[in-house]
Design a protein around this ligand. Structure first.
Ligand SMILES: Nc1ncnc2c1ncn2[C@@H]1O[C@H](COP(=O)(O)OP(=O)(O)OP(=O)(O)O)[C@@H](O)[C@H]1O
Length: 771
């Protein structure tokens, strides 16, 4: 029995989306989104800019035949080595030295570690990076400067110090500097170039990854190397690599904006795991006692994403000795701290949420519920802790309300950083950031979308933290790490490998009809009309009550032969953890085909075989749209469909979504006025929402779909999802009212008749007539 056929009621598939093109039907052939044609050498006129360079980018010698970086990258460096020799520039040693240290530390695969390939020239690096739409910019650069010893010896008055702060480091801001680090051509280079531990690369290989995705080919060299990258802009593009002096060994802080499903998790996990394996080995060799406390913290906005990250990290860490733990309520992080370890077990689940559009109510809300049952906390011995902000914050909260510090933490990763630094989680995230007091802390922020305000906040927090650590008279401080920004593709744009459909449904009832039409198409669809959506897919609503209501409405739409109501489920933050976990597991196993949810699942969650996403309620922002539709088309898979239903209430705001679709279609090559889903005439016709409107929408969603707290009746009616119009419902209610009224009247009459029959009074009261 073809269950998909049953669900789609024998409809023929849309042209061009035959089953073998659907994302769920197989592995992606190429996880990279851009630069597939990179291997072919450029034509003479392909880069006018290069002519300005010293040697001229159009010279054949500047673009050698080894440009097939993804075929045999190890050959690419020879020419560059020659170039360097000719120019008399020093060859860098640091990688080899590091590799030798690795071997000494016990990772003895000499064959793989020796003979690291030579470096590419800047021209080649630039070509590859541009081909893959990677832009790497240095946001802030900090140069070490000798501290003023006079100031160190003579403490100044408070007033004076404020006027002339003692800053042992000179800060040099340069917003325009672009970097061209050598991209990672193959995963084998992790070992040969960066001396990554064998076990880690084997575990990566075991996952079946063959080609690094864009964020991995750009991000891993930045995080694993010593920033020996090309720091000059267009002017000096033909000059070879010059290692940066200021930051060797210190690493960098990184802000990454890369498309959804582009493999950011691997990009941040590999460097952290590698560093921790190294640390373990060195500790073991020197027989030092193991450091107390976690060494890396990964923060994610939802439990679902956090537990997915733990799974990924555990797969990569098999046999390495690095322990990873998912932060749970009741877990103690650092034993020696006098933290509030006794926890309320009952209040752990099902905290309610005011607004379902928020990412995870459990974390966004404070946990000030009274305790019912208490149990002792366990101290985790894990080196890496993956947590939602509130779960970790609760574990660090001391009895006096202060947050305990985590000096052992050297890596802080903010996954979905823009939402973690959004007002909903900002305070919690910044408190955790502040609690990581280790001066060597390396921070990396990751997301598919990042507003400039979030970038600015990240920059400022890094600045302030550094100043508070090293601006005192006595502290000299290490050389300041630079903050680098890596952008893959077009910032804040949906992935190009998903087909977008924007459907006007006019009213709420129209949306339900349209969704049913998607589920059970009656007419043969064509590429231009309503798309056929094949399970499994996700349906997003604005609020929890609406998700529940839609689930109730669609529950019996799936024929019993196809599994009936068990094939459709709802997942939201008001459900207990166990129910959430079980629904996720059933959806991943393919037992659930249609999962109705809120923005709880909009970010980070990776369902490999998801065929589509339905925005039953329009997302609250362009960023929300990017993340929601990014649940399909993961790792470069083709065939995903994103359907957005909108009503007349959405029209004032739909332009945000239309713009994202248009930009994504341009990336796909459908940039013409009359091409793609969003035609120019539609864009011209749509109103542009004001900044205020956009902010209000982001915060509250469409007002008429919001539940009204404390007004049970209204709340219900607003959440109601039904094909019946308001007028029909009113008439139905009137009919129901009339029927129940007549029933009441009838009952009253019957009662009266009984009383009359009985003489109209209570027998017990009747004492009889007196003689
Ligand atoms: N090099 C690779 N080759 C093939 N698949 C990969 C590669 N790297 C990661 N993947 C797969 O790509 C999928 C998406 O990865 P991941 O969840 O890390 O994406 P992401 O960039 O974090 O997305 P989001 O922004 O939605 O959180 C996963 O299924 C992962 O296994």
């Amino acid at each position: 029995m073809d269950v998909f056929k049953l669900l789609s009621r024998s409809a023929k598939p849309v042209q061009g989306t035959s089953q073998h093109h659907l994302p769920s039907s197989g592995e992606a052939t190429n996880p990279q989104l851009f630069g597939h044609a990179e291997a072919s050498p450029p034509t003479a006129n392909s880069s006018k800019k290069r002519k300005r360079g010293v040697n001229g980018g159009d010279q054949p010698t500047a673009l050698p035949a080894e440009l097939n970086f993804f075929g045999n990258a190890h050959n690419t460096g020879n020419v560059n080595g020659e170039e360097k020799k000719q120019k008399g520039l020093p060859r860098k040693e640091s990688r080899d030295e590091r590799t030798a240290a690795r071997i000494k530390a016990g990772d003895n695969d000499e064959e793989a570690t020796l003979g690291a390939p030579e470096q590419m020239s800047v021209v080649n690096c630039k070509r590859v990076l541009r081909g893959h739409k990677l832009k790497i910019t240095i946001l802030e650069e900090f140069l070490a400067q000798e501290p003023d010893t006079a100031l160190m010896e003579k403490p100044r008055k408070k007033q004076k110090r404020r006027e002339e702060p003692v800053v042992p480091l000179k800060k040099a801001k340069n917003d325009k500097t672009q970097l061209y680090p050598e991209p990672l051509a193959t995963f084998a280079e992790l070992r040969s170039r960066y001396g990554v531990f064998r076990r880690l690369t084997e575990n990566l290989e075991a996952q079946g990854y063959t080609v690094p995705t864009e964020v991995q080919l750009g991000g891993l060299p930045l995080l694993l190397g010593d920033l020996e990258c090309h720091a000059r802009g267009d002017r000096d593009e033909n000059l070879p690599t010059k290692p940066r002096k200021t930051t060797a060994g210190q690493g960098i802080d990184l802000l990454t904006i890369a498309p959804t499903g582009s493999g950011k998790t691997i990009a941040f996990l590999v460097p952290v795991l590698n560093a921790l394996i190294e640390e373990n080995k060195l500790q073991h060799e020197s027989e030092d006692s193991a450091e107390v406390g976690p060494r890396a913290i990964i923060i994610a906005p939802t439990k679902e994403l956090a537990s997915q990250t733990v799974n990924e990290a555990r797969k990569l860490s098999i046999g390495t000795g690095v322990k990873i733990a998912l932060m749970k309520k009741g877990m103690e992080v650092v034993e020696s701290l006098d933290v509030e370890t006794e926890v309320d077990v009952e209040s752990e689940e099902g905290q309610s949420e005011e607004d379902a559009s928020e990412v995870d109510s459990d974390d966004a809300k404070s946990s000030s519920k009274p305790s019912h049952k208490r149990r002792r906390a366990k101290t985790t011995k894990a080196a890496i802790i993956v947590a939602t902000p509130l779960s970790l914050l609760n574990a660090l909260k001391k009895r006096d309300g202060q947050i305990a510090s985590l000096p052992s933490v050297k890596f802080l990763v903010l996954d979905e950083a823009d939402v973690l630094l959004d007002p909903l989680f900002r305070e919690q995230t910044l408190s955790l950031w502040k609690s990581c007091t280790n001066p060597l802390l390396r921070i990396s922020l990751w997301s598919a979308t990042m507003g400039s305000n979030v970038e600015e906040l990240a920059r400022k927090t890094i600045d302030d933290r550094w100043d508070s650590l090293f601006s005192t008279k006595a502290s000299r401080g290490p050389a300041r790490r630079p903050l680098i920004r890596l952008v893959v593709g077009l910032k804040d744009t949906a992935i190009p490998n998903v087909a977008h459909k924007l459907i006007y449904a006019a009213t709420e009832q129209g949306k339900l009809l349209a969704l049913r039409q998607l589920l059970h198409p009656t007419a043969t669809p064509s590429a231009d009309t309503t798309p056929t959506l094949r399970p499994p897919f996700l349906v997003f609503t604005q609020t929890i009550p609406r998700a529940i209501a839609l689930h109730a409405e669609l529950l019996y739409d799936i024929p019993p032969e196809a599994g009936g109501s068990s094939r459709i489920a709802v997942l939201h933050a008001d459900l207990p953890s166990t129910a959430r976990d079980s629904t996720m597991a059933r959806f991943r196993r393919g037992e659930i085909w249609i999962l109705i949810t809120t923005d709880l699942l909009a970010r980070g969650v990776d369902f490999r075989g998801l065929n589509g996403v339905v925005n039953y309620d329009v997302p609250n922002s362009a960023a929300a749209y990017v993340h929601r539709v990014g649940r399909t088309g993961r790792a470069g898979r083709e065939g995903g469909i994103a359907v957005t239903l909108y009503t007349k209430e959405d029209v004032p705001y739909i332009r945000n979504v239309a713009n994202v679709i248009r930009a994504s279609e341009k990336l796909r090559g459908k940039g013409g006025e009359d091409e793609g889903e969003v035609k120019q005439w539609l864009l011209d016709a749509l109103p542009t929402p004001s900044q205020r409107d956009r902010q209000r929408l982001k915060k509250r969603g469409i007002e008429s779909r919001r539940p009204v707290a404390g007004q049970e009746g209204k709340e219900k009616s607003r959440a109601r999802i039904s094909t019946k119009s308001g007028w029909e419902r009113k008439m139905e209610n009137n009919r129901k009212g009339a029927v129940s009224g007549s029933q009441r009247r009838k009952e009253a009459e019957d009662e009266a008749e009984v009383l009359i029959g009985d003489g109209g009074a209570d027998k017990s009261d009747f004492e009889g007539f007196e003689d």
